[in-house]
Design a protein. Sequence first.
Length: 133
Amino acid sequence: MIRIEHLGIAVKDLNAAEAVYARLLGVAPYKREAVEREGVITSFFQVGPNKIELLESTRPDGPIAKAIEKRGEGIHHVAFEVDDIRAEMARLKAEGFTLLSEEPKPGADNKLVCFVHPRDANGVLVELTQERR
């Protein structure tokens, strides 16, 4: 793992959350992107070398809607950048971690992604990300 790539924050209202985070961080979001497969629209902020991803569900049965229903708004996941997502997935699987997909999936911000089940990481949903080449 190279670094924390971003923190994902689940929100009910993306427009309202963007306004809050723009005031908080002192910068506007640099990108909005829909990830249809996951039923989510994302908004990214860049603060120095760090990124914040706001996530709003586009459907009531989507993973973000379910997360908010269960735990409320707030930190949804921590994403780590990796050089080789497939190799990192194999390493984590060999270490006994449960991956939520067998293959990396296309994600927002030109990334391939895979999630590690939160029960294996002290309740934290971990996302592996690799730049799509």
